[in-house]
Design a binder for this molecule. Structure first.
Ligand code: NAD
Length: 530
Protein backbone atom coordinates (compact mmCIF):
# COMPACT_ATOMS: atom_id res chain seq x y z
CA UNK A 1 0.00 0.00 0.00
CA UNK A 2 2.78 2.47 -0.78
CA UNK A 3 1.28 5.56 -2.39
CA UNK A 4 2.99 8.90 -2.48
CA UNK A 5 1.33 12.14 -1.39
CA UNK A 6 1.80 15.10 -3.63
CA UNK A 7 3.41 17.84 -1.57
CA UNK A 8 1.14 20.81 -1.15
CA UNK A 9 2.28 24.37 -0.89
CA UNK A 10 2.47 26.19 2.43
CA UNK A 11 0.31 29.26 1.99
CA UNK A 12 1.68 32.36 3.72
CA UNK A 13 0.02 33.22 6.99
CA UNK A 14 0.96 35.78 9.59
CA UNK A 15 0.01 35.66 13.28
CA UNK A 16 -3.22 37.53 13.94
CA UNK A 17 -2.09 39.82 16.72
CA UNK A 18 -0.35 38.88 19.96
CA UNK A 19 -0.74 35.37 21.34
CA UNK A 20 -3.95 34.69 23.26
CA UNK A 21 -5.10 31.41 24.73
CA UNK A 22 -7.87 29.64 22.89
CA UNK A 23 -11.05 30.19 24.94
CA UNK A 24 -12.63 27.18 26.66
CA UNK A 25 -15.92 25.96 25.25
CA UNK A 26 -18.89 26.53 27.53
CA UNK A 27 -20.79 23.25 27.30
CA UNK A 28 -23.60 24.56 29.50
CA UNK A 29 -24.68 26.49 26.40
CA UNK A 30 -27.17 24.50 24.41
CA UNK A 31 -25.53 25.13 21.02
CA UNK A 32 -22.13 23.87 22.21
CA UNK A 33 -23.56 20.75 23.84
CA UNK A 34 -25.52 20.11 20.67
CA UNK A 35 -22.41 20.56 18.50
CA UNK A 36 -20.51 18.12 20.70
CA UNK A 37 -23.23 15.48 20.45
CA UNK A 38 -23.28 15.87 16.69
CA UNK A 39 -19.50 15.54 16.54
CA UNK A 40 -19.65 12.38 18.64
CA UNK A 41 -22.09 10.93 16.11
CA UNK A 42 -20.09 12.06 13.12
CA UNK A 43 -16.81 10.74 14.49
CA UNK A 44 -18.59 7.63 15.78
CA UNK A 45 -19.26 6.72 12.14
CA UNK A 46 -15.56 6.98 11.35
CA UNK A 47 -14.24 4.66 14.05
CA UNK A 48 -12.34 1.51 13.17
CA UNK A 49 -10.51 2.78 10.06
CA UNK A 50 -7.03 1.56 9.25
CA UNK A 51 -4.14 4.05 9.21
CA UNK A 52 -0.76 3.61 7.53
CA UNK A 53 2.69 4.60 8.73
CA UNK A 54 3.83 7.67 6.80
CA UNK A 55 7.55 7.64 6.00
CA UNK A 56 8.92 10.21 3.58
CA UNK A 57 5.33 10.87 2.48
CA UNK A 58 4.85 7.21 1.55
CA UNK A 59 2.08 5.14 3.07
CA UNK A 60 3.57 2.00 4.59
CA UNK A 61 1.76 -1.11 5.76
CA UNK A 62 3.20 -3.55 8.33
CA UNK A 63 2.36 -7.12 9.25
CA UNK A 64 1.99 -6.28 12.94
CA UNK A 65 -0.88 -4.00 13.97
CA UNK A 66 -1.82 -1.79 16.93
CA UNK A 67 -5.49 -1.75 17.91
CA UNK A 68 -6.61 1.45 19.57
CA UNK A 69 -9.76 0.79 21.59
CA UNK A 70 -12.24 2.97 23.46
CA UNK A 71 -11.47 2.54 27.19
CA UNK A 72 -15.13 3.17 27.98
CA UNK A 73 -16.20 0.25 25.76
CA UNK A 74 -13.20 -1.86 24.86
CA UNK A 75 -15.14 -3.81 22.22
CA UNK A 76 -15.15 -0.63 20.13
CA UNK A 77 -12.16 -0.25 17.81
CA UNK A 78 -11.20 3.40 17.41
CA UNK A 79 -8.42 2.89 14.89
CA UNK A 80 -6.28 0.10 13.48
CA UNK A 81 -2.65 1.13 13.10
CA UNK A 82 0.52 -0.26 11.66
CA UNK A 83 3.28 -1.23 14.04
CA UNK A 84 6.67 0.15 13.09
CA UNK A 85 9.45 -2.25 14.03
CA UNK A 86 13.22 -1.99 14.31
CA UNK A 87 13.42 -2.39 10.51
CA UNK A 88 11.47 0.86 10.03
CA UNK A 89 13.66 2.94 12.32
CA UNK A 90 16.45 3.41 9.79
CA UNK A 91 13.95 4.08 6.98
CA UNK A 92 12.19 6.76 9.04
CA UNK A 93 15.41 8.43 10.19
CA UNK A 94 16.79 8.42 6.62
CA UNK A 95 13.56 9.97 5.29
CA UNK A 96 13.77 12.66 7.97
CA UNK A 97 17.45 13.20 7.18
CA UNK A 98 16.70 13.68 3.46
CA UNK A 99 13.90 16.13 4.23
CA UNK A 100 16.15 18.01 6.65
CA UNK A 101 18.49 19.04 3.84
CA UNK A 102 15.66 21.18 2.39
CA UNK A 103 13.54 22.00 5.42
CA UNK A 104 16.45 23.43 7.42
CA UNK A 105 16.74 26.23 4.84
CA UNK A 106 13.02 27.01 4.59
CA UNK A 107 12.38 30.45 6.08
CA UNK A 108 10.94 30.79 9.57
CA UNK A 109 7.94 32.64 8.14
CA UNK A 110 7.04 29.66 5.96
CA UNK A 111 7.52 27.17 8.78
CA UNK A 112 5.43 29.37 11.07
CA UNK A 113 2.73 29.58 8.38
CA UNK A 114 2.43 25.79 8.42
CA UNK A 115 1.67 25.86 12.16
CA UNK A 116 -0.75 28.76 11.88
CA UNK A 117 -2.62 27.01 9.08
CA UNK A 118 -2.76 23.78 11.11
CA UNK A 119 -4.17 25.76 14.06
CA UNK A 120 -6.86 27.20 11.79
CA UNK A 121 -7.89 23.76 10.56
CA UNK A 122 -8.10 22.35 14.09
CA UNK A 123 -10.07 25.37 15.32
CA UNK A 124 -12.61 24.90 12.52
CA UNK A 125 -13.10 21.21 13.46
CA UNK A 126 -12.70 21.60 17.18
CA UNK A 127 -15.68 19.50 18.23
CA UNK A 128 -14.61 16.62 15.99
CA UNK A 129 -11.17 16.58 17.58
CA UNK A 130 -12.81 16.63 21.03
CA UNK A 131 -14.88 13.63 19.99
CA UNK A 132 -11.79 11.71 18.84
CA UNK A 133 -10.26 12.30 22.28
CA UNK A 134 -13.42 11.11 24.01
CA UNK A 135 -13.41 7.89 22.03
CA UNK A 136 -9.71 7.19 22.05
CA UNK A 137 -8.66 7.96 25.64
CA UNK A 138 -11.91 8.59 27.53
CA UNK A 139 -11.83 12.37 28.03
CA UNK A 140 -15.09 14.03 28.99
CA UNK A 141 -16.10 17.11 27.04
CA UNK A 142 -14.29 19.75 29.06
CA UNK A 143 -11.11 17.67 29.33
CA UNK A 144 -11.16 17.01 25.58
CA UNK A 145 -11.78 20.69 24.89
CA UNK A 146 -8.82 21.67 27.09
CA UNK A 147 -6.56 19.24 25.19
CA UNK A 148 -7.68 20.57 21.79
CA UNK A 149 -7.39 24.18 23.00
CA UNK A 150 -3.86 23.55 24.24
CA UNK A 151 -2.95 22.03 20.87
CA UNK A 152 -4.10 25.19 19.10
CA UNK A 153 -2.23 27.27 21.68
CA UNK A 154 1.04 25.41 21.11
CA UNK A 155 0.77 25.87 17.34
CA UNK A 156 -0.03 29.56 17.64
CA UNK A 157 2.59 30.17 20.33
CA UNK A 158 5.48 28.32 18.69
CA UNK A 159 4.75 29.97 15.34
CA UNK A 160 5.24 33.36 16.99
CA UNK A 161 8.26 32.14 18.93
CA UNK A 162 9.95 30.91 15.73
CA UNK A 163 9.48 34.33 14.17
CA UNK A 164 10.86 35.96 17.30
CA UNK A 165 13.96 33.72 17.27
CA UNK A 166 14.54 34.34 13.57
CA UNK A 167 14.57 38.06 14.27
CA UNK A 168 16.64 37.65 17.44
CA UNK A 169 18.35 40.71 18.83
CA UNK A 170 21.91 40.88 17.48
CA UNK A 171 24.72 40.27 19.99
CA UNK A 172 27.00 43.08 21.15
CA UNK A 173 28.83 44.39 18.07
CA UNK A 174 32.60 44.10 18.31
CA UNK A 175 34.20 47.25 16.93
CA UNK A 176 34.93 46.88 13.23
CA UNK A 177 32.71 43.82 12.79
CA UNK A 178 29.16 42.82 11.95
CA UNK A 179 28.19 40.15 14.49
CA UNK A 180 25.22 37.80 14.43
CA UNK A 181 23.83 34.97 16.54
CA UNK A 182 21.70 32.61 14.45
CA UNK A 183 19.46 29.94 15.93
CA UNK A 184 19.74 27.03 13.53
CA UNK A 185 18.05 23.62 13.74
CA UNK A 186 19.65 20.51 15.21
CA UNK A 187 18.68 17.81 12.72
CA UNK A 188 16.49 14.72 13.01
CA UNK A 189 14.55 14.39 16.23
CA UNK A 190 12.60 11.50 17.73
CA UNK A 191 9.36 12.76 19.24
CA UNK A 192 7.99 10.19 21.67
CA UNK A 193 4.69 11.15 23.25
CA UNK A 194 2.32 9.86 25.97
CA UNK A 195 -1.39 9.05 25.76
CA UNK A 196 -2.69 11.36 28.47
CA UNK A 197 -2.50 14.59 26.48
CA UNK A 198 -2.40 12.68 23.23
CA UNK A 199 -3.12 15.71 21.08
CA UNK A 200 -1.52 18.67 22.84
CA UNK A 201 1.75 17.11 23.98
CA UNK A 202 2.23 15.12 20.77
CA UNK A 203 1.50 18.14 18.59
CA UNK A 204 3.38 20.51 20.90
CA UNK A 205 6.68 18.63 20.77
CA UNK A 206 6.32 17.95 17.03
CA UNK A 207 5.45 21.51 16.08
CA UNK A 208 8.22 23.00 18.24
CA UNK A 209 10.71 20.71 16.50
CA UNK A 210 9.61 21.42 12.92
CA UNK A 211 9.01 25.14 13.28
CA UNK A 212 12.65 25.38 14.41
CA UNK A 213 13.72 23.70 11.15
CA UNK A 214 14.20 20.13 12.36
CA UNK A 215 12.59 17.02 10.93
CA UNK A 216 10.91 14.41 13.04
CA UNK A 217 10.21 10.74 13.54
CA UNK A 218 6.95 10.84 15.50
CA UNK A 219 6.17 7.84 17.68
CA UNK A 220 2.87 8.39 19.49
CA UNK A 221 1.71 6.19 22.35
CA UNK A 222 0.12 2.89 21.35
CA UNK A 223 -2.91 3.95 23.41
CA UNK A 224 -3.52 7.04 21.27
CA UNK A 225 -2.22 6.68 17.71
CA UNK A 226 -5.49 7.75 16.05
CA UNK A 227 -5.47 11.32 17.26
CA UNK A 228 -1.84 11.51 16.11
CA UNK A 229 -2.84 10.15 12.68
CA UNK A 230 -5.52 12.85 12.52
CA UNK A 231 -2.87 15.46 13.34
CA UNK A 232 -0.70 14.14 10.49
CA UNK A 233 -3.66 14.67 8.16
CA UNK A 234 -3.97 18.25 9.38
CA UNK A 235 -0.25 18.89 8.81
CA UNK A 236 -0.43 17.45 5.30
CA UNK A 237 -3.50 19.55 4.54
CA UNK A 238 -1.58 22.60 5.74
CA UNK A 239 1.22 21.81 3.29
CA UNK A 240 3.72 19.66 5.23
CA UNK A 241 6.43 18.51 2.80
CA UNK A 242 7.08 14.74 2.74
CA UNK A 243 9.61 13.51 5.31
CA UNK A 244 9.42 16.52 7.61
CA UNK A 245 7.27 14.49 10.01
CA UNK A 246 7.36 10.71 9.70
CA UNK A 247 4.42 9.09 11.43
CA UNK A 248 5.40 5.83 13.07
CA UNK A 249 3.26 4.25 15.77
CA UNK A 250 5.20 1.30 17.15
CA UNK A 251 6.33 -0.42 20.27
CA UNK A 252 8.47 1.70 22.58
CA UNK A 253 10.77 -1.17 23.41
CA UNK A 254 11.65 -2.06 19.79
CA UNK A 255 10.96 0.85 17.42
CA UNK A 256 11.33 3.54 20.11
CA UNK A 257 14.67 2.18 21.29
CA UNK A 258 15.96 1.80 17.75
CA UNK A 259 15.19 5.43 16.86
CA UNK A 260 16.67 6.70 20.12
CA UNK A 261 19.84 4.68 19.51
CA UNK A 262 20.18 5.58 15.80
CA UNK A 263 23.47 7.35 15.02
CA UNK A 264 21.71 9.96 12.90
CA UNK A 265 19.16 10.90 15.55
CA UNK A 266 20.25 14.28 16.83
CA UNK A 267 17.75 14.80 19.65
CA UNK A 268 14.92 13.12 21.49
CA UNK A 269 11.87 15.00 22.76
CA UNK A 270 10.08 12.68 25.15
CA UNK A 271 7.16 13.04 27.52
CA UNK A 272 6.13 10.04 29.59
CA UNK A 273 7.02 8.07 32.68
CA UNK A 274 10.13 8.42 34.78
CA UNK A 275 11.25 4.87 34.04
CA UNK A 276 11.11 5.27 30.26
CA UNK A 277 12.57 8.78 30.40
CA UNK A 278 15.59 7.58 32.37
CA UNK A 279 16.03 4.65 30.02
CA UNK A 280 16.04 6.99 27.02
CA UNK A 281 18.49 9.28 28.81
CA UNK A 282 20.90 6.36 29.22
CA UNK A 283 20.52 5.00 25.69
CA UNK A 284 20.89 8.41 24.11
CA UNK A 285 24.10 8.98 26.05
CA UNK A 286 25.81 6.00 24.41
CA UNK A 287 27.72 7.09 21.31
CA UNK A 288 27.03 4.92 18.26
CA UNK A 289 29.41 4.06 15.44
CA UNK A 290 29.39 6.98 13.00
CA UNK A 291 27.69 9.36 15.44
CA UNK A 292 29.29 12.80 15.33
CA UNK A 293 27.31 14.69 18.01
CA UNK A 294 26.16 14.42 21.58
CA UNK A 295 22.43 13.68 21.43
CA UNK A 296 20.24 16.20 23.17
CA UNK A 297 17.41 14.88 25.30
CA UNK A 298 14.35 16.83 26.33
CA UNK A 299 12.68 14.60 28.90
CA UNK A 300 9.46 15.46 30.70
CA UNK A 301 8.43 12.75 33.15
CA UNK A 302 6.14 11.87 36.04
CA UNK A 303 4.91 13.68 39.09
CA UNK A 304 3.65 13.18 42.64
CA UNK A 305 2.04 16.53 43.06
CA UNK A 306 0.83 18.09 46.29
CA UNK A 307 -1.68 20.70 47.29
CA UNK A 308 -0.94 22.30 50.65
CA UNK A 309 -4.02 23.54 52.47
CA UNK A 310 -3.29 26.08 55.17
CA UNK A 311 -5.59 26.56 58.16
CA UNK A 312 -6.37 30.11 56.94
CA UNK A 313 -7.31 29.03 53.40
CA UNK A 314 -10.60 29.74 51.69
CA UNK A 315 -11.97 26.36 52.71
CA UNK A 316 -14.49 25.79 49.90
CA UNK A 317 -12.07 26.92 47.22
CA UNK A 318 -9.41 24.57 48.61
CA UNK A 319 -11.74 21.57 48.62
CA UNK A 320 -12.92 22.35 45.07
CA UNK A 321 -9.30 22.81 43.89
CA UNK A 322 -8.19 19.50 45.38
CA UNK A 323 -11.16 17.63 43.88
CA UNK A 324 -10.64 19.13 40.41
CA UNK A 325 -6.86 18.54 40.49
CA UNK A 326 -7.07 15.00 41.84
CA UNK A 327 -9.94 13.62 39.79
CA UNK A 328 -10.04 15.56 36.50
CA UNK A 329 -9.49 13.01 33.71
CA UNK A 330 -9.47 10.34 36.43
CA UNK A 331 -6.22 11.67 37.90
CA UNK A 332 -4.32 10.75 34.74
CA UNK A 333 -2.36 13.97 34.47
CA UNK A 334 1.29 14.41 35.30
CA UNK A 335 0.15 17.53 37.15
CA UNK A 336 -2.67 15.79 39.06
CA UNK A 337 -2.86 16.33 42.80
CA UNK A 338 -2.19 12.96 44.39
CA UNK A 339 -1.36 14.34 47.85
CA UNK A 340 -3.43 16.82 49.83
CA UNK A 341 -1.35 18.05 52.76
CA UNK A 342 -3.63 19.70 55.27
CA UNK A 343 -2.83 21.66 58.41
CA UNK A 344 -3.90 19.93 61.60
CA UNK A 345 -6.30 22.71 62.70
CA UNK A 346 -8.71 22.08 59.80
CA UNK A 347 -7.81 18.49 58.94
CA UNK A 348 -10.96 16.70 60.15
CA UNK A 349 -13.34 19.27 58.66
CA UNK A 350 -11.43 19.19 55.37
CA UNK A 351 -11.57 15.39 55.13
CA UNK A 352 -15.30 15.40 55.78
CA UNK A 353 -16.08 18.07 53.14
CA UNK A 354 -13.75 16.36 50.67
CA UNK A 355 -15.54 13.04 51.13
CA UNK A 356 -18.92 14.71 50.53
CA UNK A 357 -17.72 16.37 47.32
CA UNK A 358 -16.01 13.27 45.94
CA UNK A 359 -19.12 11.20 46.49
CA UNK A 360 -21.04 13.59 44.25
CA UNK A 361 -18.80 12.87 41.24
CA UNK A 362 -20.49 10.86 38.52
CA UNK A 363 -18.63 7.91 37.01
CA UNK A 364 -19.53 6.79 33.51
CA UNK A 365 -19.07 7.00 29.76
CA UNK A 366 -17.33 10.31 28.96
CA UNK A 367 -19.36 10.53 25.76
CA UNK A 368 -22.29 11.37 28.06
CA UNK A 369 -20.08 13.95 29.77
CA UNK A 370 -19.73 12.21 33.14
CA UNK A 371 -17.33 13.73 35.68
CA UNK A 372 -15.14 10.66 35.82
CA UNK A 373 -14.46 8.54 32.75
CA UNK A 374 -12.48 5.33 32.46
CA UNK A 375 -8.76 4.90 32.97
CA UNK A 376 -6.84 4.30 29.78
CA UNK A 377 -6.58 0.50 29.64
CA UNK A 378 -6.86 -2.71 31.61
CA UNK A 379 -3.24 -2.70 32.75
CA UNK A 380 -3.68 0.82 34.15
CA UNK A 381 -6.84 -0.25 35.98
CA UNK A 382 -5.06 -3.23 37.55
CA UNK A 383 -2.09 -1.12 38.59
CA UNK A 384 -4.36 1.52 40.17
CA UNK A 385 -6.35 -1.13 42.04
CA UNK A 386 -3.06 -2.64 43.26
CA UNK A 387 -2.09 0.74 44.71
CA UNK A 388 -5.54 1.13 46.29
CA UNK A 389 -4.98 -2.19 48.09
CA UNK A 390 -1.66 -0.92 49.37
CA UNK A 391 -3.32 2.36 50.35
CA UNK A 392 -6.01 0.60 52.37
CA UNK A 393 -3.20 -0.71 54.59
CA UNK A 394 -1.32 2.57 54.65
CA UNK A 395 -4.28 4.77 55.60
CA UNK A 396 -8.06 4.92 56.08
CA UNK A 397 -10.28 4.65 52.99
CA UNK A 398 -13.05 7.27 53.03
CA UNK A 399 -14.27 7.23 49.41
CA UNK A 400 -14.12 4.91 46.41
CA UNK A 401 -11.59 2.14 46.68
CA UNK A 402 -12.84 -0.15 43.93
CA UNK A 403 -13.47 -0.72 40.25
CA UNK A 404 -16.86 0.34 38.90
CA UNK A 405 -18.51 -2.17 36.60
CA UNK A 406 -20.49 -1.05 33.56
CA UNK A 407 -22.39 -3.01 30.88
CA UNK A 408 -19.77 -1.94 28.30
CA UNK A 409 -17.00 -3.34 30.47
CA UNK A 410 -15.14 -0.01 30.60
CA UNK A 411 -12.05 0.41 32.76
CA UNK A 412 -13.54 2.49 35.57
CA UNK A 413 -12.07 3.11 39.01
CA UNK A 414 -14.14 4.99 41.58
CA UNK A 415 -12.59 8.27 42.75
CA UNK A 416 -10.70 7.20 45.83
CA UNK A 417 -9.64 9.11 48.93
CA UNK A 418 -7.35 7.59 51.52
CA UNK A 419 -6.70 9.70 54.61
CA UNK A 420 -4.24 9.59 57.54
CA UNK A 421 -1.45 8.62 55.17
CA UNK A 422 2.15 8.93 56.38
CA UNK A 423 4.32 11.24 54.24
CA UNK A 424 6.69 8.37 53.46
CA UNK A 425 3.98 5.81 52.59
CA UNK A 426 4.16 4.24 49.13
CA UNK A 427 0.91 5.86 48.01
CA UNK A 428 2.38 9.19 49.08
CA UNK A 429 5.60 8.62 47.14
CA UNK A 430 4.95 6.61 43.97
CA UNK A 431 3.12 7.89 40.90
CA UNK A 432 -0.20 5.99 40.67
CA UNK A 433 -1.61 7.87 37.69
CA UNK A 434 -5.24 7.28 38.52
CA UNK A 435 -8.08 8.70 40.63
CA UNK A 436 -6.42 8.10 43.99
CA UNK A 437 -5.76 10.86 46.49
CA UNK A 438 -3.70 10.50 49.67
CA UNK A 439 -4.51 12.97 52.44
CA UNK A 440 -1.66 13.77 54.82
CA UNK A 441 -1.88 15.65 58.13
CA UNK A 442 0.71 18.36 58.80
CA UNK A 443 1.47 19.91 62.20
CA UNK A 444 1.66 23.41 60.74
CA UNK A 445 2.36 25.23 57.49
CA UNK A 446 6.16 24.83 57.51
CA UNK A 447 5.73 21.13 58.15
CA UNK A 448 3.27 20.94 55.23
CA UNK A 449 5.80 22.48 52.83
CA UNK A 450 8.49 20.16 54.15
CA UNK A 451 6.23 17.18 53.40
CA UNK A 452 5.39 18.58 49.96
CA UNK A 453 9.11 18.45 49.11
CA UNK A 454 9.73 14.93 50.32
CA UNK A 455 9.37 13.02 47.03
CA UNK A 456 11.87 12.44 44.22
CA UNK A 457 9.60 14.40 41.87
CA UNK A 458 9.10 18.15 41.48
CA UNK A 459 6.50 18.87 38.85
CA UNK A 460 3.51 20.87 40.10
CA UNK A 461 2.17 22.02 43.43
CA UNK A 462 -0.34 24.41 44.85
CA UNK A 463 -0.91 26.26 48.10
CA UNK A 464 -4.23 27.47 49.44
CA UNK A 465 -3.67 30.26 51.95
CA UNK A 466 -4.75 33.84 52.56
CA UNK A 467 -1.55 34.62 54.45
CA UNK A 468 1.05 36.51 52.38
CA UNK A 469 3.91 35.41 54.65
CA UNK A 470 3.01 31.75 54.11
CA UNK A 471 2.73 32.22 50.35
CA UNK A 472 6.14 33.91 50.29
CA UNK A 473 7.60 31.02 52.29
CA UNK A 474 6.15 28.57 49.74
CA UNK A 475 7.41 30.65 46.81
CA UNK A 476 10.97 30.20 48.13
CA UNK A 477 10.75 26.69 49.54
CA UNK A 478 8.21 24.62 47.61
CA UNK A 479 10.51 23.03 45.02
CA UNK A 480 8.44 22.35 41.91
CA UNK A 481 8.61 23.50 38.32
CA UNK A 482 5.02 24.78 38.33
CA UNK A 483 3.76 26.32 41.55
CA UNK A 484 0.30 27.80 41.95
CA UNK A 485 -1.38 29.78 44.72
CA UNK A 486 -5.09 29.57 45.50
CA UNK A 487 -5.90 27.62 42.34
CA UNK A 488 -5.71 24.02 41.24
CA UNK A 489 -2.36 22.45 40.33
CA UNK A 490 -3.56 21.21 36.92
CA UNK A 491 -4.47 23.25 33.85
CA UNK A 492 -1.22 25.04 32.95
CA UNK A 493 -1.91 27.62 30.25
CA UNK A 494 0.44 27.98 27.29
CA UNK A 495 2.33 31.25 27.59
CA UNK A 496 1.30 32.02 31.17
CA UNK A 497 2.57 28.84 32.84
CA UNK A 498 5.57 27.44 30.94
CA UNK A 499 5.53 23.78 31.89
CA UNK A 500 8.25 21.42 33.11
CA UNK A 501 9.40 19.74 36.27
CA UNK A 502 12.39 19.54 38.61
CA UNK A 503 14.26 16.49 39.89
CA UNK A 504 12.87 13.17 38.60
CA UNK A 505 10.02 15.03 36.90
CA UNK A 506 12.32 15.86 34.02
CA UNK A 507 14.64 18.32 32.37
CA UNK A 508 12.41 21.32 33.13
CA UNK A 509 11.93 22.08 29.46
CA UNK A 510 9.18 24.66 30.06
CA UNK A 511 6.91 23.79 27.16
CA UNK A 512 4.77 26.72 26.10
CA UNK A 513 7.35 29.19 27.39
CA UNK A 514 9.83 31.64 25.90
CA UNK A 515 12.82 29.30 26.35
CA UNK A 516 11.32 26.19 24.78
CA UNK A 517 12.40 26.60 21.15
CA UNK A 518 16.01 27.12 22.20
CA UNK A 519 15.98 23.43 23.13
CA UNK A 520 15.31 22.57 19.49
CA UNK A 521 18.03 24.82 18.08
CA UNK A 522 21.75 25.48 18.35
CA UNK A 523 23.13 28.98 18.24
CA UNK A 524 25.70 29.84 15.59
CA UNK A 525 27.79 32.95 16.05
CA UNK A 526 28.92 34.66 12.84
CA UNK A 527 31.38 37.56 13.00
CA UNK A 528 32.34 39.44 9.85
CA UNK A 529 35.20 41.95 9.69
CA UNK A 530 33.97 45.11 8.06
P1 NAD B 1 5.23 5.89 29.04
O1 NAD B 1 6.56 6.28 29.57
O2 NAD B 1 4.76 4.51 29.30
O3 NAD B 1 5.22 6.06 27.44
C1 NAD B 1 5.51 7.30 26.83
C2 NAD B 1 5.97 7.05 25.41
O4 NAD B 1 7.23 6.35 25.45
C3 NAD B 1 5.04 6.16 24.60
O5 NAD B 1 4.99 6.61 23.28
C4 NAD B 1 5.71 4.81 24.69
O6 NAD B 1 5.37 3.93 23.64
C5 NAD B 1 7.17 5.21 24.62
N1 NAD B 1 8.13 4.22 25.12
C6 NAD B 1 7.92 3.25 26.04
N2 NAD B 1 9.07 2.56 26.23
C7 NAD B 1 10.01 3.11 25.42
C8 NAD B 1 11.38 2.86 25.19
N3 NAD B 1 12.03 1.89 25.84
N4 NAD B 1 12.06 3.63 24.30
C9 NAD B 1 11.42 4.64 23.65
N5 NAD B 1 10.11 4.92 23.84
C10 NAD B 1 9.41 4.17 24.71
O7 NAD B 1 4.19 6.98 29.56
P2 NAD B 1 2.61 7.03 29.31
O8 NAD B 1 1.97 5.94 30.09
O9 NAD B 1 2.32 7.15 27.87
O10 NAD B 1 2.25 8.44 29.97
C11 NAD B 1 2.06 8.62 31.33
C12 NAD B 1 3.32 9.16 31.98
O11 NAD B 1 3.70 10.37 31.35
C13 NAD B 1 3.11 9.52 33.45
O12 NAD B 1 4.24 9.14 34.16
C14 NAD B 1 2.98 11.05 33.42
O13 NAD B 1 3.32 11.68 34.62
C15 NAD B 1 3.92 11.39 32.33
N6 NAD B 1 3.63 12.69 31.75
C16 NAD B 1 4.47 13.72 32.02
C17 NAD B 1 4.20 14.99 31.53
C18 NAD B 1 5.11 16.14 31.80
O14 NAD B 1 4.99 17.17 31.13
N7 NAD B 1 6.02 16.03 32.73
C19 NAD B 1 3.06 15.20 30.75
C20 NAD B 1 2.23 14.11 30.48
C21 NAD B 1 2.53 12.86 30.99
Amino acid sequence: MATLVTPTVILPRAPKGAFRNEPFTDFSRHENAHAMREALERVGDRLGHEYPLIIGGERVCTAGKIESRNPARPAQLVGLHQKAGVEHADQAVQAALNAFETWRFVGADERASLLLHAAEIIRERKFDFCAWLTYEVGKNWAEADADVGETIDFLEFYAREALRLAAATPPIQYPGEHDELLYIPLGVGAVISPWNFPFAIMAGMTSAAIVSGNTVVLKPSSDSPTIAARFMEVLEEAGLPPGVVNFCPGSGASFGNAVVAHAKTRFIAFTGSKEVGLDIHERAAKTQLGQIWIKRTILEMGGKDSIVVSADADFDAAVAGVVASAFGFSGQKCSACSRAIVEDAIYEAFVERLREQVEKLTVGDPATNSNIGPVVNEAAMKSILYYIDIGKKEGRLVAGGKAVETPDKGYYVAPTVIVDVAPSARIAQEEIFGPVLAVIRARDFDHAVEIANNTEFGLTGSVYSTDRVKLDHARRRFHVGNLYFNRKCTGAMVGAHPFGGFNMSGTDSKAGGPDYLYLFTQAKSVGEKL
